[in-house]
Design a protein around this ligand. Structure first.
Ligand SMILES: [Zn+2]
Length: 291
C-alpha cells in the first residue's frame, strides 16, 4: 500500500509529466466502487480543464484544475440569465481532482497505443496526445472531484511544528502507535513509517501517548519528519519506473530498522525485534532500545 512518501513521489512524477497539459476527454469504466463522485460529474469537471499542478495532501493525489468545463460554455441570452451563466462558469473555473490509490491503485501516463491494462477505470485523453490512466485491480482506490479547497483533515506531518505536534498527542490516552496512525491527527503516516519513527525516537508502540514526556515527543516529532524525508529522497529516484511504465516496479525503500523484522537482531543492539498487534496492525519494536 503506498504510504506518504510513495504518494509524494507519484504526485511529483505526475506533476512533472502532466502539469500544463489539458484534459480533452474522459472515459470512465462501468465499475462504481472507485467513484466517490458520480461518473458524469468527474468527466464534466475534468474535460476542458488545464492541469495547473499535481501535489499530495495526506495520502491523496490532488490535481489542481483550471478553466471552464467544456459542456458549460456560456450561452447568449437575456442579461439576467447571462449573468447567472457567467457566474456558474466562473465557479467552474477552478476545481480539484482527488485520487486515492488505496492498496493497488496506480496512475500511468502513456501513449494511446500502450496496452490497456486490465482494471483500467479511467482514461483522460490529454491535449499533448498522451493519456493519463487510473488502474486499480482491487478497487480500494477512490476518485472524486471538488470545487476547490479539498481538505483531507489532520495536520501535514512534514509541516507540523514541534509545538503543534506535542499538542496533538500529549493528552491522548491511546497507545502512541494508534495515535500516530489516527488520520484526524496527522495525515498520511502509515504503519511502516510509524514503527520506524517510534524506533528512532526510542518509544515503544504500546506506550500511552499521554505518558510520554515532552522531550520524547520532541524526539518523535523529529523522527517522523526524518523518516518521511529520507523515504521521499529515496523514492525520488524511482519516479519514472512507477509512473511511466506499467507500475509493477516498487520503490527503493528505506532499509527498515524494525518493520517486518520480527525475530531478527536489532541493528543497534542485536536484541531480537518483537512484534505486537495493536488495533489489528502489526507493530515492531526493539525491547531494549525502545522504552
Ligand atoms: Zn535495540
Amino acid at each position: 500500500m503506498p504510504e506518504l512518501p510513495e504518494v509524494e513521489t507519484i504526485a511529483r512524477g505526475l506533476d512533472k509529466r502532466v502539469a500544463g497539459d489539458t484534459v480533452e476527454s474522459v472515459w470512465i469504466g462501468s465499475k462504481q466502487q472507485p467513484l466517490k463522485s458520480p461518473a458524469g460529474v468527474i468527466a464534466s469537471t475534468l474535460e476542458g480543464k488545464r492541469i495547473v499542478r499535481v501535489h499530495r495532501a495526506g495520502k491523496h493525489i490532488v490535481f489542481d484544475l483550471e478553466g471552464a468545463a467544456r459542456a458549460s460554455q456560456p450561452k447568449k441570452g437575456a442579461r439576467g440569465v447571462r449573468g447567472q451563466t457567467r457566474q456558474a462558469a466562473s465557479l467552474q473555473r477552478s476545481a480539484q481532482w482527488i485520487v486515492h490509490l488505496g492498496m493497488t491503485g496506480r496512475m500511468v501516463v502513456c501513449e494511446p497505443a500502450a496496452d490497456l491494462a486490465k482494471h483500467t477505470h479511467l482514461i483522460a485523453k490529454l491535449a499533448s496526445g498522451r493519456e493519463l490512466r487510473f488502474i486499480d485491480p482491487r478497487m480500494f482506490g477512490k476518485l472524486s472531484v471538488h470545487s476547490g479547497g479539498f481538505d483531507p483533515g489532520g495536520v501535514e506531518p512534514l509541516e507540523v511544528s514541534e509545538e503543534r505536534f506535542v499538542e496533538l498527542f500529549r493528552r491522548r490516552k491511546t497507545p502512541i502507535k494508534s495515535a500516530l496512525l489516527n488520520q484526524k491527527l496527522l495525515r498520511g503516516v502509515g504503519n511502516i513509517y510509524a514503527d520506524e519513527s517510534l524506533f528512532r525516537a526510542g518509544i515503544r508502540p504500546r506506550r500511552r501517548a499521554a505518558a510520554i514526556t515532552r522531550e520524547q515527543l520532541g524526539r518523535l516529532h523529529r523522527a517522523v519528519r526524518e523518516v518521511l524525508r529520507e523515504a521521499i529522497a529515496l523514492g525520488g529516484s524511482s519516479i519514472s519506473d512507477y509512473v511511466d511504465a506499467d507500475g509493477e516496479e516498487g520503490f527503493f525503500q528505506l532499509q527498515h530498522r524494525v518493520y517486518g523484522r520480527e525475530g531478527e537482531p536489532c541493528l543497534a543492539c542485536q536484541t531480537a525485534i518483537r512484534r505486537v498487534v495493536l488495533a489489528g496492525r502489526s507493530s515492531h519494536y526493539c525491547p531494549k532500545c525502545q522504552k
